[in-house]
Ligand binder design. Structure first.
Ligand SMILES: Nc1ncnc2c1ncn2[C@@H]1O[C@H](COP(=O)(O)OP(=O)(O)O)[C@@H](O)[C@H]1O
Ligand SMILES: [Mg+2]
Length: 161
């Protein structure tokens, strides 16, 4: 499969929240209309923390809260920012919500627990798997699916965060 190419994968070790912020800033600066970032990882891994830092660097001024109960929240930054948490959503429910409007819209979408709606994610996404290593250390595995995102992981591999 194309996304198994070595260049499409980048493993990043964030030593602490500042390390997570560096990666979030890099990606927020790269974001374009239609950018979709899928986040997966256990409860407390740091998906929402990453989203908050990403939003900060996208120049979102409002407070970004976990959208666990609202499913989708929209914010205004350099680009519109759509923050989703699909933990409580079945694939069928997600189908009905018409998430493509967000995915292919003018803004940037970040999806927590994205694997739960794998079948309806766009084919081209940046997938980030977050793992807890210690209290503050996180391992983030980035997989670029599609040319645009493969390019990002390639830059990260070559230059670091
Ligand atoms: N390097 C790090 N990256 C992300 N979160 C971290 C890091 N170090 C500590 N944390 C803490 O871990 C917790 C992650 O919680 P949260 O982002 O809500 O997780 P999730 O959304 O994945 O369930 C937060 O309290 C955050 O401050
Ligand atoms: Mg969360």
């Amino acid at each position: 499969m194309e996304f198994d190419k070595a260049s499409a994968q980048f493993v990043y070790e964030a030593q602490d929240l500042n390390g997570t912020e560096k990666l979030a800033a890099f990606l927020a600066n790269k974001a374009e209309p239609g950018t979709v970032i899928a986040l997966d990882g256990d409860l407390g891994a740091g998906k929402t923390a990453f989203a908050q830092l990403f939003a900060k660097h996208l120049n979102v001024k409002d407070t970004v809260n976990s959208p666990t109960f609202t499913l989708i929240k929209e914010y205004e930054g350099r680009l519109p920012f759509y923050h989703m948490d699909v933990y409580r959503l079945s694939q069928a429910e997600a189908d009905e919500l018409g998430l493509d409007e967000y995915f292919y819209g003018h803004g940037v979408t970040l999806v927590e627990w994205a694997s739960l709606i794998e079948d309806i994610l766009p084919p081209e996404i940046l997938h980030i798997y977050v793992e807890t290593v210690t209290e503050n250390k996180r391992r983030m595995t980035l997989i670029g699916r599609g040319k645009r995102y493969e390019q990002w992981t390639k830059i990260l591999k070559e230059n670091g965060v």
